[in-house]
Write a protein that binds this ligand. Sequence first.
Ligand code: FAD
Ligand code: SF4
Length: 513
Amino acid sequence: MQAPIPTLRLILGDQLNAKHSWFASIEAHVLYLIAELPQEATYVTHHVQKVQAFFLAMAHFGQGLSDRGHRVCHLTLDETGQFDDLESLVKHVMKEHGLEKFEYQRPDEYRLRVQLRAMSEALGCPSDGVETEHFLLSEAEVLAFFADGKSRRMEQFYRSMRKKTGILMAGGHPVGERWNFDQENRKKLPKAWSPPEPLLFENDTTKVDERLVRHGIQTWGTAQAHLVWPVTVAQAEALVQDFVARLLPLFGRYQDAMTDRDWALYHARISFALNCKFMTPQWLIGEVLKAYERDPSTYELASVEGFIRQVMGWREYVRGIYLSQMPEYGQANALANDRPLPAFYWTGKTQMRCVAQVVKQTKAYAYAHHIQRLMVTGNLALLLGVAPDAVDEWYLSVFIDAIEWVEMPNTRGMSQYADGGFLASKPYVSSGKYIQRMSDYCQGCTYNIDERSSEDACPFNSLYWAFLHRHQSTLGNNQRMAMMYSNLKRIPAAELTDILNRADAVRRDPDAF
Ligand code: FAD
Ligand code: SF4
């Protein structure tokens, strides 16, 4: 029998899936390379906790493989910083260890996919790229859903997933006779309410921090005394178990609520572990379903269905959008938005209390939940007409879970409508009234939520009507916006002029507000 070819297998920082078939048996001819890469630490200015979390998770993963008997080469910035690029690093490791074949898991990000494909050719040795085996659908399956290039709504995708997996199905019908229970969700937090204590970890970052300083890696945001995010499988599983036991019962009800009294609420905070692949969506969904089946009186179907829809529906769906639509998707700018991102997205220095609170919490924890991302920072960027590239860059930088395949469809597509409606049937814009309804931000804000044109009017209010007015020719025929446009028509002409003037002032110099 022919001896196997000595092989280098590259593992990227978001490919920490210990259940991958690569690791099913110990293969003496294989060396696994896991490396802190300067290019990955600097392609945007990441939140410091994001870099800490990636590097710690990679180190634990490498150690875990070694402990199981695999041959692992784990390199830190101290070693990789000496190489010009990934290709020269890979060439060096292959030469040093006498390796003749290069293998990798196909990256989710387009940028890295192109790079690794080109690099494999340039290496001039046998090479192969395989699936990450992480998602519920294979690449071929998810691409088949978008095969004709036509827009497909999430709801359609989600129902097909429910039917395919049989999850929350009974006799071919959705459990509870409805696919979606969002009507029961979307509640504001009660006035007298104590936040649930979030389960936080205490990961030591001293060595990583020293390396970041030594190698001049620029970051944004605040480092906590310890990294609170999960960086091992055990921590991720503990987080999920705690979520299921304490938070899931109220997840649905308060999923969209926003408050300055707490940053974590009833959310799972599992996206970093999922996106780095050391938590699998199968295990996560399995835990939620087990709890629901064990104790249906504790878990409202609205919460369970709402959570599963996020993981089995939205997460897999946006991956399909990204895989099938890149690279064109990354250029999309349907509303021709071109304004710069206001400085307060980075500094938090604005009198708009909702925005200041979301930026403040993001700086402190690299986290804001979905509605804060969509209806506060995203909504404002769209109302102002900020260029989608600048919005994407911010979202990619500041959140713990931001990796382009999931960040971009959410930001450029769902939040900024830059894809012209490929993902969402209408832009997610609202006046300040939505923020007032779902949060306690407006109490104590400098601006008056009931005003739309005066000196102290809530900027979201003026900007909202000006947005509808500005895009009337593009959006005016959208059936889902008919009510918004009929409300616009009802505004008296003189008042509309005042609103538009006020919105112009905000758009000209948002940092003054
Ligand atoms: P929970 O609210 O507890 O939800 C559970 C899980 O469902 C999440 O961990 C996540 O894996 C999944 N999920 C929920 N909504 C989505 C969604 N729209 N798309 C994909 N997965 C979803 N999510 C990221 O993982 N990375 C990003 O870079 C990212 N950027 C976003 C940008 C914008 C403008 C918006 C509106 C949303 C973005 N999201 C992103 C989706 C969502 O906000 C986060 O997944 C969620 O807030 C993560 O926190 P959690 O784990 O507590 O989620
Ligand atoms: Fe935000 Fe307007 Fe409310 Fe102030 S009044 S917190 S700017 S929505």
